[in-house]
Design a protein around this ligand. Structure first.
Ligand code: HEC
Length: 155
């Protein structure tokens, strides 16, 4: 009497774990309530130095892919963010990204988060690191020689 039930629930469990494993590779249908970044990703060291060149490359890509939400100046008030009423932190506030490692930022940019779409494999890893370097620069006072790559202060 109990046995078939046990077998059935064992089968269901197996099935569930198979789905859960597939779910990691495939994009999730629903955003999971808890966003966890794997430890290896958090610890990943940024291989790209935040040189003027890297920041300038990051700025260019940011203008295309990020500014509509995060705003040109990183304040989180881009047009799309305003339209969709997105809650976005202000990157010009040094406290905003302080607690996060470069690896975490890289992971969020590559994989997306909540209402933020993933950058995915559209761009090379180095370009994602350039973005990390650039968004960090919002909270820093631009050095005089960084003029060309300095963040825009408009929104
Ligand atoms: C459609 C709007 C949108 C676009 C485009 C977008 N983001 Fe976001 N971004 C968000 C939202 C919304 C969040 C907050 C997500 C959450 O915490 O649920 C976010 C969060 C982040 C975070 C984490 C910040 C924090 O305080 O935790 C980083 C870093 C980030 N975005 C960088 C980028 C970069 C770089 C790009 C361009 C490649 C980009 N985003 C493109 C909407 C966007």
């Amino acid at each position: 009497m109990l046995k078939p039930l046990l077998i059935l629930s064992a089968l269901l469990l197996l099935d569930f774990s198979a789905v859960a494993q597939e779910g990691q590779a495939a994009p999730k249908a629903e955003p999971s309530p808890q966003y966890t970044i794997p430890v290896e990703a958090v610890k990943k060291v940024n291989p790209v130095k935040p040189t003027t060149e890297s920041i300038a490359r990051g700025k260019k890509l940011y203008g295309y892919d990020c500014a509509m939400c995060h705003g040109k100046g990183g304040y989180g008030k881009g047009d799309v963010a305003e339209d969709m009423k997105l809650k976005i932190s202000d990157f010009s506030d040094p406290a905003a990204l302080k607690e996060k490692t470069d690896g975490e930022l890289f992971y969020i940019i590559r994989n997306g988060k909540g209402q933020m779409p993933p950058e995915g494999d559209r761009v090379k890893a180095d370009a994602l690191w350039d973005l990390v370097n650039y968004i960090r620069s919002f909270a820093k006072k631009p050095a005089p020689e960084d003029k060309g790559a300095a963040p825009d202060k408009s929104n």
